[in-house]
Design a binder for this molecule. Structure first.
Ligand code: C2O
Ligand code: CU
Ligand code: CU
Length: 496
């Protein structure tokens, strides 16, 4: 019998019905009820709207996104002010084909400075959302993206020191690149290829977002949103679906599992498809990570309800319904021509012997500041230069027994070698750009650096840590373009 922690006991008491026991310390916030008063699985699922290009030419698709405030209904009958890409929360979905170039014009009508990062894309430095390459109110910037790898990306704000606030207010969206090899696999496609952007939020009693970073430590909120909807239910057919799961929360990690006890079939990581599918009862995902999973509803009779649940994690703070995510209601029969082949993609493992050096990064908190090797962000400090094509091992050392650090590198995809000397989780064996470094863990990753030259950031993707100031930068190769060499320009903008 597993020992039950105090936190779990509290939650079980709450779930058992009757009086909800509210832990001291959570009573002083300005919201009316836990979970914004929402009963889970009462609101319909929705997908982020698809963004169409404003123009296309032979090589490039041109998009436009205006960052602006808007009032949206997240809690039934209440209005929440968001800062949204095109005023929607989360932002619109971009679907692009590998090899086509995107130019995305971001126009800033917000009162704050923004910087847009397309997370996972190996963008040139001047289009990577460098922390001090901001767009002021009344300015715009055209970001150019190469789309050189089929994968699930996301674009989000990277404003210096304000990433938590800006993303929390709504500045995040999904961006998908697909290619012909992947389409040929006959995985579930089109309407059956579904974004799941998972975030936690807290609301004031009047329905506003209520950001609290718990003294610059983390954000652990009580409403779970999927694509901006609290605990939605989704009506599905009795067939396979492909879900692209993005944890766009500030600090909370999730450990997904199905209420039926059936497996999730993991098929993709941050950097696209895995070598082959991985059946798993649970799937853990830290902020910034993406996983793609197939759920096969064909075995369930029409009328079955399948919950996507969230198992406890030691460094999460739970609230009464944070153990639930969403529910799938199997409502109709359909024939399913999709398949999940045993071989998804050829992934060449980088052998440890290919590495020319190892770098260590000690993750710690000193005098309240989050640091790597005793350093926080300094725009004038470049940690090192990695010659083009060097293979390196990065070792993240987290000696502390509390908290986790999802470590993220810009400009490169890597592979996990091991965690505390043990092999990675089966579904972590693919191309990745965020690595879950848990309590008292040491994680080693390996990558070939410098496919493009330039200056790139690396940081913890708990955005509270990132802002305060667990972030640094390095150079790859020679002759890289200065990341601030393509500054935003004042409006009005010429036609795209
Ligand atoms: Cu998603 Cu530098 O971050
Ligand atoms: Cu990134
Ligand atoms: Cu961290």
């Amino acid at each position: 019998m597993k020992k039950i922690s105090r936190r779990e006991a509290l939650k079980m008491a709450a779930l058992a019905g009757g009086a909800v026991l509210i832990p001291i310390g959570l009573q002083n916030r300005g919201y009316a009820q836990f979970g914004g008063g929402v009963v889970p699985f009462t609101l319909p699922f929705r997908r982020p709207p698809l963004l169409n290009p404003v123009r296309k030419d032979s090589t490039t698709d041109y998009y436009q996104i205006i960052m602006r405030k808007s009032q949206v209904e997240i809690l039934p009958g209440r209005t929440t002010e968001i800062w949204g890409y095109n005023g929607v929360f989360p932002g619109p979905l971009i679907r692009q084909s590998k090899g086509r170039r995107s130019v995305v014009r971001f126009i800033n009508e917000l009162d704050v400075n923004t910087a847009i990062h397309l997370h996972g894309m190996e963008s040139p430095p001047q289009y990577d959302g460098y922390a001090t390459d901001g767009i002021l109110r009344g300015y715009y910037k055209d970001y150019v993206y190469p789309n050189n790898l089929a994968a699930t990306y996301w674009y989000h704000d990277h404003g210096h020191g304000q990433t938590t606030r800006n993303v929390y207010m709504g500045l995040a969206g999904m961006y998908i690149v697909q290619d012909n090899e992947e389409l040929a696999l006959q995985l579930p496609q089109g309407d059956y290829d579904v974004p799941l952007i998972v975030q936690d939020r807290r609301f004031t009693s009047t329905g506003l977002f209520d950001l609290n970073t718990n003294n610059q430590t983390n954000v652990m909120d009580d409403v779970i949103l999927v694509n901006g909807v609290p605990w939605p239910y989704m009506q599905v057919a009795n067939r396979k679906y492909r879900f692209r799961v993005l944890n766009a929360s500030s600090s909370r990690s999730y450990r997904f599992t199905l209420s039926t006890g059936d497996n999730l079939i993991a098929i993709g990581t941050d950097g696209g498809l895995m070598a082959s599918p991985v059946n798993t009862q649970e799937l853990r995902i830290a902020p910034g990570e993406r996983y793609e999973v197939i759920i096969d509803f064909s075995k369930y009779p029409i009328g079955t309800q399948v919950e996507l649940r969230n198992l406890p994690l030691p460094s999460n703070t739970e609230s009464p319904n944070t153990d639930r995510i969403m529910r799938f209601d199997v409502v109709r029969a359909e024939t399913d021509n999709s398949s999940v082949p045993n071989v998804l993609r050829n992934i060449e493992l980088i052998p440890e012997s290919a590495a020319v050096r190892t770098r260590d990064f000690v993750l710690d908190q000193i005098n309240g500041r989050w640091v790597m090797n005793n350093n926080g962000w300094d725009v004038n400090r470049i940690d090192f230069n990695i010659p083009s094509n060097d293979v390196e091992i990065w070792r993240f050392l987290h000696p502390v027994n509390v908290g986790i650090h999802p470590m993220h590198l810009h400009g490169i995809k890597l592979q996990m070698l091991d965690r505390n000397g043990q092999p990675p989780l089966p579904y972590e064996r693919g191309w990745k750009d965020v690595f879950y470094v848990g309590e008292a863990e040491t994680v080693r990753v390996i990558g070939r650096f410098g496919s493009q030259a330039g200056r790139f950031m690396y940081h913890c993707h708990n955005t509270v840590h990132e802002d305060f100031a667990m972030m640094s930068q390095f150079d790859m190769g020679q002759g890289g373009v200065n990341p601030t060499s393509a500054r935003a320009k004042p409006l009005p903008a010429p036609p795209l």
